[in-house]
Write a protein that binds this ligand. Structure first.
Ligand code: BEZ
Length: 390
């Protein structure tokens, strides 16, 4: 099976040539508890699958030390310190929350340890607070939400009410959507930020949306909050009256079946859907489904591509913190999401964005792709990228 997968990716020959025959110590820093625990577990599954598929024949061994951020910035900072100083990892992978990424940024940069961001979209980390040691293989909050403002305005939607959790990711995603939606002539008729990890009852916010005169609602929620929000939106009777849109974390394949019929008809945008029709995605979906019995999500592909980026970097001979940081910034490949490259000006990933509708399929809910929007580099946003000397 593994050979068939490698051959299908055209990797069998290149992987037969060993790179640096040494061990690389990886610090995997993810939430394994708290509101984003399922996201952390999914990224780890994708990461391990990527190491298994792409790393098998490189001659490099990977030792992984995992730590739980608990989605708490101070806890994550302590765990990052342990991985860097005590475990002496060569590279760190992970981080789900934008708040956690903001908290560990200075430590990672100051210690000159390469970090492959496998989720957190914090715009600052590849903007004003960019670092040659931070390479993002996931997405930025602006990148996912900007295209949707233009797309919705072009579909004739004029008035929108927005909602998101009150922390860096929620604010950045809604700001990005608002910027392009209003530039295209749309109007934001109301906006609320709900207390992050504390809101159980969205009823008062849904009542505000209903009374706002909006044509549609646009939101960012992920993990447990996304499940509760989508179910409450439907049971409040809003779905028929006010169509629901958002960034695709709202209806992630990871938990869309827990939302059930409530998620049907919701339209969202994201950098990945398991229904992307390509050879590389077919191979990934088959391998992930064989391992887990279900389709992969965006979180799985981010872990998988983070592993592949690390392996591509080691194939250049990089084997210490500085050389890995330099090599990671130059990675590019054709993966399950399409063509990926790192923007040298910011170290953020450049990738296509897909608009999809959640629809009923044969084996449960699935993602019907409505549009593929072109890959665009993020604005530099104050990033001044300094080179790393090896
Ligand atoms: C974030 O905090 O950056 C984030 C968390 C979950 C899904 C997407 C983004």
């Amino acid at each position: 099976m593994k050979r068939a997968i490698l051959a299908a990716l055209g990797l069998a020959t290149s992987l037969a040539v060993p790179a640096a025959a040494e061990g690389i110590k990886v610090g995997l820093l993810l939430p394994f508890s708290g509101v984003y625990a399922s996201l952390g577990n999914e990224i780890e599954t994708g990461f391990n699958l990527g190491l298994e598929q792409f790393g098998a024949e490189t001659g490099v061994t990977f030792e992984v030390v995992r730590e739980d951020t608990e989605v708490k910035p101070p806890v994550a900072l302590g765990k990052a310190k342990k991985l860097i100083l005590q475990d002496q990892v060569d590279v760190m992978v992970g981080i789900v929350s934008s708040g956690v990424l903001g908290a560990v940024r200075d430590m990672v940069h100051g210690a000159s340890v390469p970090l492959i961001v496998a989720n957190a979209g914090n715009d600052e980390a590849t903007g004003a607070s960019c670092s040659p040691f931070i390479t993002r293989m996931s997405f930025s909050n602006g990148q996912i939400n900007r295209p949707m403002g233009t797309w919705m305005a072009e579909k004739g939607i004029k008035k929108v009410f927005t909602l998101a959790p009150d922390y860096a990711a929620g604010r950045q995603m809604i700001d990005a959507f608002t910027e392009t939606f209003t530039a295209a002539g749309g109007e934001i008729v109301g906006q609320e930020f709900t207390p992050f990890q504390k809101t159980q009852d969205f009823g008062p916010y849904l009542a505000q949306a209903k009374a706002s005169g909006a044509d549609a609602v646009y939101v960012f929620y992920a993990g447990g909050e996304a499940i509760s929000f989508v179910k409450q939106y439907d049971s409040f009777g809003l779905k028929a009256e006010l169509p629901l849109y958002g960034s695709g974390f709202l209806t992630s394949p990871l938990y869309v079946n827990a939302q059930g019929e409530a998620a049907e008809g919701v339209i969202t945008a994201l950098h990945y859907a398991p229904t992307i029709d390509s050879e590389a995605n077919g191979v990934f979906v088959a391998a992930f489904t064989e391992e887990t019995g279900r389709a992969p999500s965006e979180f799985a592909v981010q872990g998988y591509d983070a592993a592949r980026a690390l392996i591509e970097a080691t194939k250049t001979g990089a084997n210490d913190r500085a050389s890995l940081a330099n090599a990671l910034r130059q990675v590019s490949f054709d993966g399950p999401r399409g063509k990926l490259a790192i923007d040298p000006a910011t170290n953020n990933i450049i990738q296509p964005v897909y608009v999809y509708e959640t629809v009923a399929g044969e084996g449960g809910l699935t993602q019907k792709i409505l549009a593929q929007l072109p890959a665009e580099a993020d604005p530099v946003n104050g990033c001044e990228m300094a080179p790393v000397s090896n």
